[in-house]
Design a protein around this ligand. Structure first.
Ligand SMILES: Nc1nc2c(c(=O)[nH]1)N[C@H]1C(S)=C(S)[C@@H](COP(=O)(O)OP(=O)(O)OC[C@H]3O[C@@H](n4cnc5c(=O)[nH]c(N)nc54)[C@H](O)[C@@H]3O)O[C@H]1N2
Ligand SMILES: Nc1nc2c(c(=O)[nH]1)N[C@H]1C(S)=C(S)[C@@H](COP(=O)(O)OP(=O)(O)OC[C@H]3O[C@@H](n4cnc5c(=O)[nH]c(N)nc54)[C@H](O)[C@@H]3O)O[C@H]1N2
Ligand SMILES: [Mo]
Length: 819
């Protein structure tokens, strides 16, 4: 989230799109209710289904899955055509005025520099023009044909209401109503918050949908203000912490992109990530990359990391293409290229697309380890469960080890929520039986592996043998020890540029401004610096006082970065430092004190006067928000509509009809073997999506008796029109098939899913909850991912779980009762 849960109550308009917050985030959703009650906010929902969130909304609009770029792209055109943008904000705080390279182009659905054989772009022209002084060129009249504003206007010119409606299936009047409400926040005294989750991410164009939302919020002047922002409502309770700490296979802690195979030298690696300002006087905080990275190497390799050995850079793994994400890993595994696999809190047989592919891949392993408090379908992938898991155990030789782990309530530690708050929690009960905290399991495994390397050698022992591991009980690192290490400490006395001592050797750092690039500091995750200081554990803070009455509560827990609650909060004030409107005041320049004051921690130096012109987007070298994404995205600097890889539209991409190459995202992740497993609209005519229910948490609560009672049996949802067409009534059994397999379930025939018109043709949508499987106390069911395709987003490789094709048939056999 750019903002945070409590701050939702400051919004005037709330758009829930690509998520179902009332169902999947029912506790956080109370802040939406508070905004409605106390701020008279308007809540709008855009979803293929009329959801639980829609049921308490002021307005609902249906949409076909996978078409949100079109809906939001149409809005961008609407805002520009009707002059509903926040001009002063756009001119000063975005790149609208910046000029783009002359060679940049977009034609027939493709950006320049596309290489079809590699499914990727060269990106060379995807950049701003710079002058002789090295700074970016601009045209404040916004009329130059190469300025971002004009290029963006041209890019979305085809997204007329009629075109948008014919792609999305949203009726024009519904769409215009939503757009108009959103446009009403272009004024200085109103804000819109956008709440989204996996209805946006789980598409082959997922990251670009979210970018389009970011562009809309920049044009409306809603980023950095209370009640504004683009807010990802995240999934598992600590999944924010997972990405912060770099547990994705292509990241290091603190959002540092991991080194690639072509980056064999440390200097080149740092040069590519160290961003110097490209507009005079800007903060460009990534210019401190060396301090972040070298402090990380000191945390990992301690005394061994020294300037003369490049801080052990040579020991870091270097990424090859494709990456080591789950789609790639299971593809390699299916080709027999992986020997063993560890699942820690992960049930891939249930969670990963194309269950039959995953099942065959697991069977090629020598061994599989499951570290989990519960038994999982993955750990029992070899078990024949009839139709639900139709395998022959005698053909599977994989050895499975199950290591029982504690669950969160049995461990101490921090959990990072969607709002970037690190909140400390304590042990509520000891784990049962032989279960252990995850940290102890990993600690013990690490020591066994290290002993083997020490006694037997191995291909590349140095990084394992030399890893710094200074915990009191080496096999049992404790949460507080790890947390102090993430925060970081001084290894020598630290002085500021004037020679004044800021930190003594051995002391905890107070924040990332104290990190150094000379090896005199250590920090396991630079964005967490400040979480455990000399004043103690800031994550345990529990003071909820709210002196400004706007819910920022700086004394409650600790938010990264620097305990800042709203990112880019400089944008909450005009260029001259005064708030845009009194009711949206957050931080402002106090002339008498010569500093920024207010209810949040300023997102840039607090003593930097407005006259200096430091702009709010401090992580960007230009200091402004990017309407033009430059080279940061793999599939283009501007978002473009592409169809899901399985699309119900015969003409393909209606923006570029019958142009096969740009029917789907030309840079999305797809392997050849999976392409052969895609179905077409003639055989599989219905557009399907998958989703959650409040009563279950993924695949684990079916082990709990009470959850199994409230939501006992697998079902799929279809609209009344499709029910009538196929002669299916509520309670009938149906068979739902895709190119990859089939499931059987009870039909819920509902008014909540309406048939929509796409390209002049009726399309039926089918809803498939994900929670059933062949284990647990609920009735046995099919894994929903039997149906989904193995296709991934071009930037994140997140699978396209939310848009694919199925065929629904009435199933006359009686599968009722306990099976
Ligand atoms: N009770 C419960 N809560 C949970 C979870 C759980 O399993 N159970 N899981 C947690 C996790 S890990 C996550 S990631 C979050 C997920 O939170 P959400 O993303 O909110 O949950 P989903 O139900 O997967 O999908 C949300 C909605 O997206 C809609 N949708 C599908 N395709 C599209 C599309 O193309 N466009 C638009 N606009 N909408 C679309 C679906 O109809 C659905 O209503 O929930 C978390 N919360
Ligand atoms: N079709 C379809 N597929 C999807 C999705 C979808 O919307 N549609 N959503 C996707 C999303 S967003 C997600 S997050 C994944 C979820 O996929 P998974 O994360 O694989 O599923 P879970 O069942 O949430 O969790 C896996 C295991 O973690 C264990 N666990 C819980 N606490 C702990 C702990 O403290 N330590 C350890 N070691 N284990 C623990 C649980 O017992 C459980 O067995 O599914 C994805 N798959
Ligand atoms: Mo998730």
């Amino acid at each position: 989230m750019t903002n945070h849960w409590v701050d939702i109550r400051n919004a005037d308009v709330i758009l829930v799109m690509g998520g179902n917050a009332a169902e999947a985030h029912p506790v956080g959703f109370r802040w939406v209710t508070e905004a409605k009650e106390h701020n008279n906010a308007t809540l709008m929902v855009v979803d293929p289904r009329f959801t639980r969130t829609a049921s308490v909304a002021d307005y609902y609009a249906p949409i076909r899955t996978g078409t949100d770029i079109t809906f939001l792209g149409g809005l961008i055109k609407y805002l520009i055509d009707n002059d509903r943008i926040q001009r002063e904000y756009v001119l000063n705080y975005t790149d609208a005025a910046l000029l783009v390279d002359e060679a940049f182009g977009f034609e027939d659905g493709l950006f320049d520099g596309y290489d079809e054989s590699r499914r990727s772009y060269a990106k060379e022209s995807w950049r701003y023009q710079t002058g002789a002084d090295g700074f970016v060129l601009r045209d404040d009249s916004l009329s130059h044909p190469r300025c971002v504003y004009q290029l963006m206007r041209a890019h979305f010119d085809a997204y007329t209401p009629e075109m948008v409606s014919s792609i999305c299936g949203t009726p024009v009047d519904r769409m215009l109503h939503v757009w108009e409400q959103m446009a009403s926040t272009a004024t200085e005294d109103r804000t819109l918050t956008i709440l989204y989750a996996l209805g946006w991410t789980q598409h082959s164009i997922g990251a670009q949908i979210i970018r389009t939302a970011g562009m809309v919020q920049l044009l409306l002047g809603n980023i950095g203000l209370p009640g504004g922002g683009v807010n990802a409502l995240r999934g598992h309770s600590n999944i924010q912490g997972l990405t912060d700490l770099g547990l994705l296979s292509n990241q290091l802690p603190g959002y540092i992109a991991a080194p690639a195979a072509i980056e064999q030298s440390l200097a080149g690696f740092l040069d590519a990530r160290r961003k110097m300002p490209t507009v005079a006087d800007q903060v460009s905080y990534w210019q401190h990359m060396d301090a972040f990275f070298i402090s990380l190497m000191k945390a990992w390799y301690g005394e061994r990391a020294q300037a003369d050995n490049d801080w052990c850079y040579g020991w870091l793994p270097k990424l090859t293409q494709p990456l080591y994400d789950v789609l790639d890993t299971f593809d390699r595994m299916s080709r027999g290229e992986i020997y063993g696999y560890f699942c820690q809190g992960f049930n891939p047989l249930a969670a990963i697309p194309d269950k039959n592919k995953v099942s065959k891949a697991l069977a090629k392993l020598k061994y599989l380890v499951s570290i989990d408090p519960l038994n999982t379908e993955t750990a029992e992938f070899w078990r024949n469960a009839g139709e639900f898991n139709d395998v022959d155990p005698s053909e599977i030789q994989t050895e499975v080890f199950r290591l029982p782990a504690n669950s969160f309530a049995e461990d101490e530690g921090s959990i990072v929520n969607s709002a970037r708050w690190l909140q400390w929690h304590y042990v509520a009960a000891d784990g049962p039986g032989e279960s252990m905290p995850d940290t102890h399991i990993i600690g013990a495994l690490f020591h066994r592996v290290r002993e083997l390397y020490a006694s037997e050698g191995g291909a590349f022992p140095e990084p394992i043998l030399n890893l710094a591991w200074d915990y009191k009980q080496p096999e049992r690192p404790e949460a507080d020890e790890i947390a102090r290490e993430f925060n970081g400490r001084a290894l020598a006395d630290i002085r500021d540029p004037n020679g004044v001592l800021v930190r003594r050797a051995g002391e905890q750092l107070s924040g990332f401004s104290e990190l150094r690039d000379d090896g005199s500091t250590l920090s396991g995750c630079w964005v967490f610096a400040g979480a455990w200081t000399e004043q103690g554990n800031q994550m345990a803070n529990r003071d909820n006082s709210d002196p400004y009455g706007n819910g920022q509560t700086l004394g409650w827990a600790w938010a990264w970065p620097a305990n800042r609650r709203i990112l880019y909060n400089r944008a909450a004030a005009r260029p001259d430092g005064t708030p845009w409107a009194p009711r949206k005041a957050l931080i402002w320049w106090n002339e008498a004190q010569s500093r920024w004051v207010g209810s949040d921690v300023p997102d840039f130096p607090a003593n930097s006067p407005p006259a200096l012109g430091q702009m709010p987007f401090i992580m960007n070298p230009e200091g402004v928000g990017h309407l033009f994404a430059g080279q940061s995205m793999n599939d283009g600097p501007f978002p473009t509509h592409y169809e899901p890889f399985e699309s119900p539209v015969p003409e393909g991409n209606l923006l570029f009809p019958r142009k096969e190459k740009v029917k789907n995202n030309p840079a999305a992740r797809i392997f050849d073997a999976d392409r052969a497993m895609l179905g077409d609209w003639q055989e599989f005519p219905h557009a399907a999506t998958t989703y959650r229910l409040t009563e279950h948490f993924h695949y684990w609560t079916k082990h709990s008796h009470l959850n199994a009672v409230v939501q006992p049996e697998q079902f799929v949802e279809i609209g009344e029109a499709l029910g009538n067409e196929l002669g299916i009534r509520a309670g009938d059994w149906v068979k739902v098939s895709s190119k990859r397999g089939y499931i059987r379930a009870v039909a819920v025939v509902t008014k909540r899913i309406r048939a929509i018109t796409v390209g002049g043709r009726i399309v039926h949508q089918v809803g498939i909850p994900i929670h059933w499987g062949f284990l647990g106390q609920a009735r046995k069911g099919f894994l929903a991912n039997t149906l989904t395709p193995s296709v991934g987003d071009a930037n994140t490789q997140t699978p396209e779980y939310k848009s694919f094709l199925v065929k629904v048939e009435k199933d006359d056999a009686d599968h009722g009762g306990e099976r």
